[in-house]
Each structure stands twice: as structure tokens, then as C-alpha cells.
Design a protein around this ligand. Structure first.
Ligand code: NAD
Ligand code: ZN
Length: 249
């Protein structure tokens, strides 16, 4: 069953004029970064609804930094897994146009993808909400955290999109154009319930794209928006698809 779906996906990608990947936290689970859903790791101790909301940061940034510090520690040491590497290989082979990611871990770029749209921002920069000073994430080590503004000493906020914050306009614009123009969209490791990100596969579907899901379990878009689901771990399925595409070349 899974093998024939992998072959079907490879054929769809091979024949597609433009393929785009849309990824969520699930693709980084095999790199040791837990997803929100499933309540693993640090999310057992930090409820995302509470700690990842911008109001929580305004009220008590020190409390939110307890979670952020652990997230930074994970991200600083995490390495791309076979799913990230497979997507980078698909790009090199000329079969992947871009990756729209909800993740803030930088692992798609680390794997080698060159056209990554970070829909929910990243840890590359941190901003002071009081005086707007920006600091590069790469200039910080764990011992500098929680990071303070060099200008006014307020606690900095990483430029990741918290619940209650707007999507960066450039990412919004690029992802909307990519989802409108693709003919195949791979939806990988996302529960597709966090809006407005979840509208991306819907847009692709409305514009006639074939929507292929890769997930450990069915999601809210399975069978409705997605044409088919390849059930299993992204780290196994994506390299298998890449191998099948290679056979078609
Ligand atoms: P989610 O936590 O809502 O859902 C994760 C999905 O991945 C689930 O559907 C689950 O079945 C699936 N999954 C888990 N392990 C998998 C695997 N090995 N292979 C394939 N699928 C797997 O994630 P979401 O939809 O991305 O929404 C969470 C939000 O939290 C996002 O907006 C994201 O920005 C943020 N977040 C990011 C990170 C990160 O940067 N790595 C980590 C946690 C949360
Ligand atoms: Zn400041």
C-alpha cells in the first residue's frame, strides 16, 4: 500500500510543472525537536497556548524565556534528518521549487534547500519590543540567554511568530504566490490546524494542484483537501520518494 503510494507520489512529482513543499513541526521530530501536537518533550512542561502567545511575552517575558531557552538549546544542536536532506536532493535534481515551512529551526537551509519561505519567522534575529534594536541569533551562545537588548536591557524577543502575531508580509506574499502557481504540493508533518498557515494547501487545491500528504496520521485536511496520504515517518518516506523519482529520470 505505502510502496504504491510512494511510486504514485514520485510519478506526480516527475510529471509536475512546479512542486512546492509545505512543512510543519513533524518533519523535525526525527531531528529531536518535538512538535506541539502529541505533547512530547518540552511541550509537556510548557503549554504552547500559554507560552507561545504574544500576550504572555508582554506580561512576563522572563517566564516565556524559560521555554525559549530550551528551544534555543534544541535548535542550536539539531541536525537535518533524512526528510530534510531528501527535500534538498529533490531541489538539486530540479524537482522542487521551494519549501514553505512553519518551522523556526533553520533545518531546511542547513540541509541545503536554497528557496525556503519561513512562514513563522526564525531565530536568526531577535528584536527589542521597546526600542526596536535587532540582534543576530548567531552572535549569541546559550550562556547569553535570556538575551537582553544591548541598547536598553529589555529582554529580546526572537523574530518567530507567536500566537496572536501577524505573519511576516514577505513570507505571506511569497507563499501565496507559490501555493497558487504549483501543480503539486507536498504537505509534510503538519496537523494543518494552525491558521493562516493551514490555508496554504487549501489555496493549492483550489488552484488545481495535486496535494500529497506525508504524516504519521490522518489530519484535518486528509481526503478533503489532500488527494492522498502516505502514512508513516517523513524520514523514511521522503528518501523513498526521491529514490523512485531518480528511477524515472
Ligand atoms: P503540529 O505539532 O501541530 O503537528 C505535527 C504533525 O506532524 C502531526 O500531524 C503529527 O502526526 C506529524 N508528525 C509527527 N512526527 C512525524 C514524523 N516523524 N513524520 C511525519 N509526520 C510526523 O505541527 P504544526 O502543524 O507545524 O503546527 C505547530 C506550530 O508550532 C507551527 O506553526 C510551528 O511554527 C511551531 N513549531 C515549530 C517547531 C520547529 O521549528 N521545529 C517545533 C514545534 C512547534
Ligand atoms: Zn531595547
Amino acid at each position: 500500500m505505502t510502496h504504491s503510494l510512494i511510486q504514485r507520489a514520485a510519478k506526480d512529482i516527475f510529471q509536475s510543472r512546479k512542486t512546492v513543499a509545505f512543512t510543519g513541526a513533524g518533519i523535525s521530530v526525527e531531528s529531536g525537536i518535538p512538535a506541539f501536537r502529541g505533547g512530547q518533550g518540552l511541550w509537556e512542561r510548557y503549554d504552547p497556548d500559554e507560552y507561545a502567545h504574544i500576550d504572555a511575552f508582554h506580561v512576563n517575558p522572563g517566564k516565556v524565556w524559560l521555554m525559549l531557552r530550551e528551544m534555543f538549546a534544541l535548535i542550536m544542536t539539531a541536525k537535518p534528518n533524512p526528510a530534510h536532506l531528501g527535500l534538498a536532493e529533490l531541489e538539486r535534481m530540479g524537482f522542487l521549487s521551494s519549501v514553505i515551512t512553519q518551522n523556526v529551526d533553520g533545518l531546511h537551509q542547513a540541509a541545503g534547500n536554497t528557496n525556503v519561505i519561513e512562514y513563522h519567522g526564525s531565530h536568526n534575529t531577535l528584536s527589542c519590543l521597546r526600542c526596536s534594536t535587532k540582534v543576530k541569533g548567531s552572535s549569541l551562545t546559550l550562556s547569553d540567554l535570556p538575551a537582553r537588548c544591548p541598547n536598553c536591557s529589555s529582554l529580546l524577543k526572537p523574530d518567530v511568530v507567536f500566537f496572536g502575531e501577524a505573519i511576516p508580509w514577505r513570507a505571506q506574499l511569497l507563499s501565496s504566490s507559490e501555493s497558487q502557481s504549483c501543480t503539486v504540493m507536498l504537505v509534510i508533518g503538519t496537523s494543518a490546524i494552525v491558521y493562516p498557515a493551514a490555508s496554504i494547501p487549501i489555496t493549492a487545491k483550489e488552484r488545481g494542484a495535486t496535494v500529497i500528504e506525508i504524516n504519521k496520521e490522518p489530519t484535518s485536511i486528509t481526503g478533503d483537501i489532500s488527494d492522498y496520504l502516505i502514512e508513516g515517518s517523513a524520514g523514511e518516506i521522503i528518501p523513498a520518494i526521491v529514490e523512485e523519482v531518480r528511477k524515472l529520470v
